[in-house]
Design a protein around this ligand. Structure first.
Ligand SMILES: [Zn+2]
Length: 175
């Protein structure tokens, strides 16, 4: 992902990112959050779609033309903070954006959804956002990892057992 990071994270917005961690105002928004500013109409964005809970707008540094960010209007930082109902709504909203991208005539041979939850996952704007962007053969987007690791079935089963052992994890238990 290293090669994609700079293109996923808008530098123009990034210059305003400093200090976004945790100054929540009475409306549940963060004063220095650029996405909250966009939701409130205080920062410019090229709007794509909106309903009462979500907003979709173009990122200013797209992987490809038609690269949309879908955000909840409420300031939410992590997936753990996103209640399941809003999460489901966010995904339905993203599906609608996907259909728009595919019908728009923009070059689109495939679509990626990408969500970074936490700095270690390359989250850089700390207002949860789901990237929806068109892909085509030969474009510049890359996913970089060590794909050579091939765990044994035993190792896979042990990891799956660890996950099963803690399920279900109710909303709020990670806070
Ligand atoms: Zn925000």
């Amino acid at each position: 992902m290293v090669g994609t990071r700079a293109r996923i994270m808008p530098t123009e917005w990034g210059e305003r990112r400093s200090g976004v961690s945790g100054r929540i105002d009475t409306g549940g928004r963060v004063d220095d959050c650029v996405f909250c500013d966009i939701v409130r109409g205080r920062a410019v964005a090229s709007m794509v779609d909106e309903d009462d809970q979500c907003l979709a707008f173009l990122t200013i540094e797209p992987v490809n033309p038609g690269h949309v960010l879908v955000v909840p209007k409420r300031h939410v930082v992590t997936l753990a903070e996103l209640d399941e109902e809003l999460g489901a709504h966010l995904f339905r909203f993203a599906l609608r954006v996907n259909r728009a991208i595919r019908r728009s005539g923009l070059r689109c041979e495939g679509v990626n959804l990408f969500l970074a939850d936490g700095a270690a996952a390359f989250q850089d704007v700390f207002h949860l956002h789901l990237h929806v962007f068109p892909r085509f053969h030969g474009d510049a987007f890359r996913l970089d990892a060590d794909w050579s690791t091939k765990p044994s079935r035993t190792e896979l089963d042990e990891v799956a057992a660890r996950l099963r052992a803690v399920l279900p994890v109710d909303q709020g238990e990670l806070h």
